[in-house]
Design a protein. Structure first.
Length: 460
């Protein structure tokens, strides 16, 4: 059966599943299901003079065998055999799933779709915590007790959350490969979010100890504004080497964090376009975030989930944001102004520097065009040391709370104001979570102690 276009000719077809051979445009084997989902082998060298139907190169032989196996599994699944009778995978272990996920990640790194540190982090979690427990466990015997054993390791809450996410990713890989029936989920009913059990305390929301009050957030904003103005005056008044730095934003960035729910990297990445581009009051349009790269420098990247999104801002904060954006737009002009940072490290000047590939594509300009100087982008550790900690001390900010805990404040503050009744889906969208369930488990998970507390006040 032939299928024209970029796919070329279908080598095999059954039950709506097709196996396509490599072409010059797509030098991979592809197994495409009737719903449009597909799996691809590694990239092949199509310049080799060999018959694609009977390759002699060892790599081609290996990849063709992979494609045939996956095609057969997909057909079984389409017929209902793979779902109900997974006997063909009885020899597989969780270790095989780990190897498959690491292979997917390494290929994504080679294609530039993932960063090297993502692969290294996953490989480290597998090697140190997951392989010692699950390496030899038969896939069809994998259950929740095995996962709980991994999560009981003596690690911090952040590490345990990463372990839970890694286990969930392995389950997803096993389901996509049809190695594990879709009605079996070893991670079912296992909660691994650190915030859902902070310090073992029971509450209907994140305990107040881990969620700053509105008064604390406002006090921090005032202290941060004073700190930034003091630093700006100090640099400008140095007798030998006066330096112009832009610090007229300390109070504003704190208020944005308290009343918009942005992550720290998303706050630093806000531009004039985020405020003025959408032209709707009290709505911020988010395009990207700032994170560390493999080389240690801070770079612009797409948001988590690679989706643009909107969030709300209070009517008290919005006029200050608009005024700040209009000032920068006037300073840099209509060409460079929309891309100017609202909260730069210095009074930045646009230069021709290498942009992140995704960011260049988003703007529709070539890589290497119209970027920021490296020093214009805030290093979070430098911000924490020179501005946040000193401002927090001046404001009486609790020592166990960080700059990112302003996001926790927004979650608790915005939820009762999101509608009548409160709309958890709206809160989730503004926080940038994948689903309301993530928001609920992170910030609003109810526990037995909270139920008991509520029951004491109930009367007929």
């Amino acid at each position: 059966m032939a299928c024209r276009g970029s796919y070329g000719k279908a080598l095999r077809s059954d039950r709506g599943v097709r196996l396509y051979g490599p072409t010059a445009a797509k030098p991979r084997y592809r197994v495409v299901a009737h719903d449009g989902s597909q799996r691809s082998s590694r990239r092949l060298d199509t310049t080799l003079a060999q018959d694609a139907a009977h390759p002699t190169d060892p790599i081609w032989v290996e990849e063709k065998a992979w494609a045939d196996e996956h095609f057969d599994n997909a057909v079984k699944f389409a017929k209902g055999v793979g779902h109900h009778d997974p006997s063909g995978h009885r020899a597989r272990t969780v270790g095989d799933v780990i190897e498959e996920r690491e292979r997917h990640l390494s290929e994504a790194v080679a294609r530039g779709e993932r960063e090297r540190r993502t692969f290294e982090k996953a490989e480290s979690l597998h090697r140190l915590h997951i392989r010692p427990v699950l390496q030899t466990v038969p896939l069809l015997e994998w259950n929740g007790d095995h996962c709980r054993t991994v999560l009981r390791a003596k690690v911090g809450d952040a590490r345990r959350t990463d372990l839970g996410a890694a286990l969930r990713a392995l389950v997803t890989v096993a389901h996509k490969q049809h190695w594990l029936p879709s009605d079996r989920d070893p991670m079912e009913d296992i909660v691994y979010w650190a915030q859902a059990r902070v310090a073992g305390e029971a509450a209907s929301t994140v305990p107040a100890r881990y969620r700053p009050s509105t008064e604390q957030a406002k006090a921090l904003a005032v202290a941060m504004g004073e700190r930034c103005r003091t630093v700006q005056a100090y640099f400008a008044g140095r007798p030998k080497v006066p330096v112009v730095v832009d610090r007229d934003w300390g109070e504003l960035i704190c208020n944005v964090g308290s009343f918009s729910g942005l992550r720290a990297g998303e706050r630093f990445a806000l531009t004039v376009e985020s405020v003025l581009g959408h032209r709707r009051p009290q709505q911020l349009h988010l395009f990207h975030t700032i994170e560390g790269s493999d080389t240690g420098e801070m770079r612009y990247k797409r948001l988590k989930g690679r989706q643009e999104r909107f969030t709300v801002v209070t009517e008290d904060v919005w006029p200050a944001l608009v005024a700040r954006a209009e000032t920068l737009l006037e300073r840099f002009g209509s060409d460079q102004g929309p891309a100017a940072l609202l909260f730069p490290a210095h009074d930045h000047v646009m230069r021709l520097v290498v942009l992140d590939k995704e960011e260049a594509e988003r703007r529709g300009v070539p890589v290497g065009s119209l970027g920021w100087r490296d020093l214009d982008v805030w290093d979070r550790s430098e911000f924490t040391r020179s501005i946040f900690k000193k401002s927090a001390a001046a404001a009486g900010w609790p020592s166990h709370l960080t700059f990112n805990h302003l996001r926790h404040h927004f979650a608790g503050w915005f939820f009762p104001r999101s509608g009548n009744p409160p709309d958890i889906a709206l809160v989730s969208m503004c926080l940038g979570h994948q689903s309301p369930q993530v928001t609920w488990n992170t910030y609003f998970r109810t526990t037995e102690a909270a139920i008991s507390e509520a029951a004491r006040g109930l009367r007929t």
